[in-house]
Design a protein around this ligand. Sequence first.
Ligand code: SAM
Ligand code: SF4
Ligand code: SF4
Length: 340
Amino acid sequence: MENTTLTLDTLSRPIKDLRISVTDRCNFRCTYCMPKEVFNADYKFLHREQLLSFEEITRVSKIFASLGVRKIRLTGGEPLLRKNLPTLVRQLANIDSIEDISLTTNGVLLSEVLAVELKEAGLKRVTISLDTLDDATFRLISDVDVNVEQVLQAIGHAESAGLTPVKINTVVKNGINESSILPMARYFHGSGKILRFIEYMDVGHTNHWKMDEVFSAADIIREIRKEFDLTPVDANYQGEVAKRWRYQDGGGEIGVISSVTQPFCQNCTRARLSAEGKLYTCLFATQGRDLRHLLREGADDKYIADVIGSVWAKRADRYSEIRTSETALLPKVEMSYIGG
Ligand code: SAM
Ligand code: SF4
Ligand code: SF4
C-alpha cells in the first residue's frame, strides 16, 4: 500500500496509534485486570489458531499505516509470553511509515538477552508496569509469587539495551497502594526513567470497579508535592495520554494518566487490535470489528483498508467523558483481551 489517506472520525480525530494485543494470556493475575476468581476459573482464553499470525499482524499493520498510523505499541495480556516476539518487531520495523514501536510488559520475562534482541529487531522503547516497591503489596496486587527485584532487574535490562526512555506504569488503587506513590517517586527521581501514575479504570467488568477505589490524579500530585516541587510541562504532541510534570530540582519528569477524573478523549487517536484480530476504537468498547476473517478469506488490502477506514469514520467514542457508575457496569471487553 503506498501513500497515506488521512482518515478522520466523527470528532475529527485522525487514526495515528495502533495498540496490538499479541496474546490474551498473562503470567500475572493483577486483581484490577485479571482477577484469579475469573481468569483461573472458567475464562475462555483464545486458542492458538484464533491468534493472528505474525504475518497477519504485519499485513494489517501495513494497512493501518496506509490510513495514517505512525506508532505501534505491542501489548496484551503479557506480550512476552508470545514466542519469538523479536521476529514480529523486525517485520513491523520494516514498514516504511511506522516511526515508533514500543512494548508494554510486566517485565518478568524480559531477560538481558531478550531486551537486546528486541532492540536489535527495531523496538524503540519499553514501558514496564510496577505498582509498588513493597513485596507484600506487589504480591497482593499481581497475585503471583514474584518479587519486586525481578521487575527492577527487567527495568535495568531495558535500559542497558537502549530501550529508552524506560517508562514505568504505576496504577494507583485507593486503599491498596497510595502509600507507594512517594517511595516510587523517590526511587525513580533522577534516574532518567519516567514514572507514570495511572488512575484505576473501569476497564472490562471482572474487576468490579468502583469510583471510590480511584485515587485521583490531583491526589497523586498532592502526594508527590509533599516532598518534591513539580511544575506542569506542555504535552510533547497532540494526543499524548499522560499529563507531564517536571521536578523543579532537575530530577526529571513524571506523568499522570487521569482517564477517570480528567478525560482526554478529544485527542484520542488510538485504535486497538485484539489478539484474534478484532478492531476496537475505544478501550471501553463492548464490540469490535472482525478483521481476521477478511485476512484469512482472501480480501485484498484495498478492501480491508476501506473496512478499517469506514469503522474509523463512524467512530464517536468518548467513553471517559460520559462515564457514570451505570456505564461502569456495561459488559465491556477485558483489558487483557483488547490490549492495555
Ligand atoms: N501485561 C502488560 C503489563 O502489565 O504491562 C501489558 C498489558 S496491561 C493490560 C497494560 C497496562 O494496563 C499496565 O500498565 C496495567 O497496569 C494497566 N492496567 C490494567 N488494568 C488496569 C485498570 N483497571 N486501570 C488502570 N490501568 C490498568
Ligand atoms: Fe497481566 Fe498486565 Fe493485566 Fe497485570 S495488568 S494481569 S500483568 S495483563
Ligand atoms: Fe480514547 Fe476511549 Fe479512552 Fe476516550 S475512553 S481516551 S475514546 S480509548
